[in-house]
Structure formats: C-alpha cells, structure tokens
Design a protein around this ligand. Structure first.
Ligand SMILES: [Zn+2]
Length: 293
C-alpha cells in the first residue's frame, strides 16, 4: 500500500493543474475502520457536535486542533479558524456522507469503508522544499482537507478542490479492497508517465493519452481514482472527456477523440466493477451529487 500526496499548486480555469507528486512508503497497515482512539471527553459545543454526528455516528474522528501532528515533519500548517469548522463539517455531511446514504447500497459501503480520520487545515501545506500542497489523501485511512479557511460553496475552485480530494481518496478504497477492474491497466498502457514526470504533461496531452488529468498518468491506481472523482463531481464530464467531435479537421482533434474513446472504455469498466464489488452505481452517485451542485 502506498501513500499518495496530491500537490495542487494552483487552479486554472476552474480545473485542477496538479504539479508535484511525492510517494512515500505506507505507514499505515491497520484496518481502515478501526475504532477511534479514546481521547479527552468533548467539552465544547463543537466537539460534542463532532462526537455525536461523526465519531459516534460513523466512527470518523475529525482533527482540527494540533494539526501539526498530522503532517510530515518539515511541513508547516495552520489550524482552521473556529468559525469555518462547523460549515466544513456540514459540507462533508451534505456533499459526501449524504450522497452515499442516498444511493442504493451506499450506506453499507460507506459505513464499512469510511476513512477513520478527517483532518481540517486552515490554509495550505507549506513544504520544506518551497512547494505548496493543496490537498492530500493518505492510504484510505485519512483525508486531509486544506484551505478550510477559504470555505465558500459559491467558489467553484474551492468546491472542486474539496470534492476532488474527497472522491479521489474514497475511490482508492475500492482498488485497495477489491483490486482494479480486470484489464484496466491494458486500456492505455503506453500513456502512463515515468516516475516523477507526470506534472510536465498538459491537460490536453493527458487527454490525448486517454486520461482525465496529468496526475492520472502517474499510475494505474491514480488513473482509477482520478477517473472516478472527475466522473462524480465534474458536471461537464461528458463534454470534457467523452463526447467526440464529429467534425475534426486537425490531428489534435482526432487525437482528442482517440483519448476520449480510451476514457470511455475506462469509465465503462470502472462502473461495471464498482457496481459489482460495492453494489453502488456510480451513475446514481454522480446524479445525487450533481443534484446538490
Ligand atoms: Zn491518489
């Protein structure tokens, strides 16, 4: 099992430009859903709310204090201002938990595989090498949300960042527990980038290789997670990645179409696999989330 860290240094035209990936050996080998460790009894109204609605309800611990404990040494982070914690909890509830609870077989899957910890950071993660990390997701056991202080449901960049982090990470659970769809790695085998080079690709180059993002070219597992996340949260997924241009007059256009055909093949195999192993139909999940956006 690997731990992946998604560094997203800036947002471009409402889409993510993902720029640096670091992989480190996985530190977690425990069950994803192991009971939350006993801590101090909650005293503030906010902590009581978290305890009742997340910890007791779903076995999710929410960390928003002492956040230095949840990043690597050498990374600098700040906790969120208190005023945004409850709105962020509501975001998690409405745009993730409620979405799974609303679809057939979603609640059982969610409860069984939900990560044990959510970390809320106020700003970005400042790394020792001068780079900045906008979102991370670690081995299915934890999701770290950055820029919680920027909470703004009307800001499409903020919303997409949080949705991408959420659905990307939760998608990793499926291949970790149930493996990838059969033959998935053979759909665009030549398109995967060599180690540490994916961030040199443009979005169009990734598309022409058959990937929804440059980051998706970094490995078959990231490809799987990115494709699911984009499919569920991107309202324009079909326009961006599936619908073919029937009037191509340039090689670029034809190459875009070829890439889209590969993405369609991936999406088809992912949807069949996801439904078979989890009982959840990704079309239902997408429709449910899109009804809220
Ligand atoms: Zn990932």
């Amino acid at each position: 099992m690997m731990r992946s860290r998604l560094n997203i240094p800036f947002l471009k035209r409402g889409k993510f430009f993902v720029c640096l990936l670091l992989l480190t050996a996985c530190l977690h080998d425990e069950k994803l859903n192991e009971p939350v460790k006993e801590g101090d009894e909650p005293t503030s109204a906010l902590d009581v709310y978290i305890d009742e609605n997340f910890t007791q309800a779903y076995n999710i611990a929410v960390r928003y204090k002492y956040v230095d404990n949840y990043v690597d040494p050498g990374q600098r982070v700040a906790p969120p201002i208190l005023d945004v914690v409850k709105p962020m909890l509501d975001f998690v509830q409405e745009y993730w938990i409620d979405v799974y609870l609303a679809v057939e077989n979603g609640e059982a899957f969610f409860r069984r595989y939900v990560p044990a910890e959510l970390i809320f950071l106020g700003g970005l993660i400042y790394n020792g090498d001068g780079t900045v990390t906008l979102g991370t997701a670690d081995a299915g056991a934890r999701i770290t949300y950055t820029n919680v202080n920027g909470f703004d449901l009307d800001d499409p960049d903020w919303l997409q960042l949080q949705l991408q982090v959420t659905y990307h990470e939760f998608a990793h659970i499926v291949h970790q527990e149930f493996s990838l769809p059969s033959g998935f790695e053979n759909i665009s085998p030549a398109g995967y980038s060599s180690a540490g080079s994916w961030y040199n690709l443009t979005e169009e180059e990734a598309l022409q290789r058959g990937f929804v993002s440059p980051y998706a070219t970094s490995s078959v597992n990231e490809d799987f997670a990115e494709t699911i996340a984009f499919y569920v949260f991107d309202a324009s997924f079909f326009e961006h990645y599936i619908n073919l241009d029937a009037d191509c007059v340039t090689a670029d256009c034809e190459n875009d179409n070829a890439g889209k055909e590969k993405i369609f093949e991936k999406l088809t195999s992912i949807k069949e696999h996801y439904l078979k192993v989890t009982g959840v139909d990704l079309d239902d999940l997408r429709a449910e989330l899109q009804s809220k956006l």
